[in-house]
Design a protein around this ligand. Structure first.
Ligand code: ADP
Length: 394
């Protein structure tokens, strides 16, 4: 309990933009998010007074941070499972708990569990030597996909292998470096979707409409909500599947289920047990944002309504331009608002670097094609300082 506010204290491990936006939601609930950040320059450390600097891999740092909190939750999934088990044994409330979180930490554990639950996943196999990859590719077809079981993000830790020769050159190097690997079938997908749900310890579940996530080079660039051209039955089936996964794994908080949309239906790619990039649109586009919902869930409050507030909502990520734009960020924002009065901008307080997620823009409207075009123009302007359609700024 925080004596200043009379509310329980939520502590988040990791000080990235997810913690920053969770803190923003926490303020409205009378909270001040406690954050364990790696550095004072982390996005969340810049905005919350209750920040502790420490490494998420350091049990002593985690322990002293956790003992000042009523519940511990996460901005990323990389805290070692053993550390979390130790904290739970000492009486710390951890949401999601280590037995759930491991399915977002380890892709092989996740694939095995979901397959056992009868949830559709790509064909996969564990890899301990290169011959297994060659055998898998020969059996299921090339190219196939090699993945690091742990630690990947934004496509780092994913290798497309075009043939057995490429497998023979890539796999041994990774195994020698001690990287646990799995291989899976390359899925012929029409597009990528995400089902975002939340679950409370009480067992209440809530889900937002299914969204389409548009990817470029393994990085999510746009999110379209609700996913266009998806039948009500397919959307409902995917939502039910995501809620069932949350329930079966005992997730507490937000769960993002990343999906491949194929001719035969959806297949699960990834799980994330925290607010997720595919849910940033909910800040302005849904009745309850994923950040508030995550807090409600970990505090075991009743969950909020998840209705979408416009026929079309688009979130476009602002990715650092290849070279620094001539106009400063402040000037770019001026011109953005001059052109698009309804643009919702979120800056994460990060230094601009090529390809880095430094913010996002959300737009709401009536037509998906029109809203998408405006969001794309806005995000590109914010990152590059140039209008893709040649718009004249004066
Ligand atoms: P990360 O954890 O780094 O985000 P993912 O497993 O989500 O890695 O893969 C990143 C991207 O690579 C996916 O969004 C998808 O575009 C592509 N990808 C991953 N697995 C497959 C697959 N089995 N078949 C086809 N494309 C894939």
């Amino acid at each position: 309990m925080d004596p200043r506010t009379g509310f329980p204290v939520v502590g988040m491990v990791g000080g990235g933009q997810l913690a920053r936006m969770t803190h923003q939601a926490a303020v409205a609930l009378g909270q001040s998010l406690h954050v364990l950040a790696a550095s004072v320059a982390d996005p969340a450390a810049l905005v919350t007074p209750d920040v502790v600097i420490g490494a998420h891999t350091d049990l002593a740092a985690l322990r002293s941070f956790a003992h000042g909190c009523d519940v511990l939750t996460f901005d990323h999934e990389h805290v070692p499972t053993g550390h979390l088990r130790a904290l739970v044994a000492e009486g710390v409330t951890v949401h999601p708990g280590p037995d759930a979180l491991v399915h977002a930490q380890d892709k092989l554990v996740m694939r095995e569990k979901l397959a056992a639950l009868g949830v559709p996943v790509p064909e996969f196999a564990a890899v301990s030597e290169v011959a297994e990859v060659v055998k898998f590719g020969d059996a299921h077809g090339w190219p196939c996909v090699l993945k690091a079981c742990r630690g990947g993000y934004d496509g780092r830790g994913v290798w497309m292998l075009s043939d057995a020769d490429e497998a023979r050159s890539v796999v041994p190097r990774l195994l020698e470096a001690g990287t646990p690997l799995l291989v899976e079938q390359r899925v012929a997908m029409r597009r990528e979707l995400a089902a975002l749900v939340a679950r409370s310890p009480f067992g209440q579940g809530a889900c937002w409409p299914l969204v389409e996530t548009v990817q470029s080079d393994g990085i999510c660039v746009e999110v379209l909500a609700p996913a266009p051209g998806l039948s009500a039955e397919s959307a409902a089936a995917a939502q039910e599947m995501a809620l069932r996964v949350a329930d079966e794994l005992g997730v507490v908080g937000v769960l993002a289920v990343e999906l491949f949309d194929t001719a035969a239906g959806v297949v699960v790619n990834e799980l994330a047990m925290r607010p997720h990039n595919s849910g940033h649109w909910t800040i302005e586009g849904a009745r309850t944002s994923q950040f508030e919902q995550h807090l409600r869930a970990v505090l075991d409050y009743p969950l909020g309504a998840t209705d979408v507030l416009a026929p079309a909502v688009v979130m476009a990520n602002v990715l650092g331009a290849p070279s620094a734009p001539a106009r400063g960020a402040d000037e770019r924002l001026h011109h953005l608002f001059a052109r698009f009065r309804d643009a919702h901008v979120h800056y994460y307080g990060k230094q601009e670097r090529p390809g880095r997620k430094i913010g996002h823009v959300t737009m709401l409207g009536r037509s998906m094609a029109e809203v998408r075009e405006r969001a794309r123009l806005a995000a590109h302007w914010v990152s590059h300082g140039e209008w893709l359609d040649g718009y004249d700024i004066h």
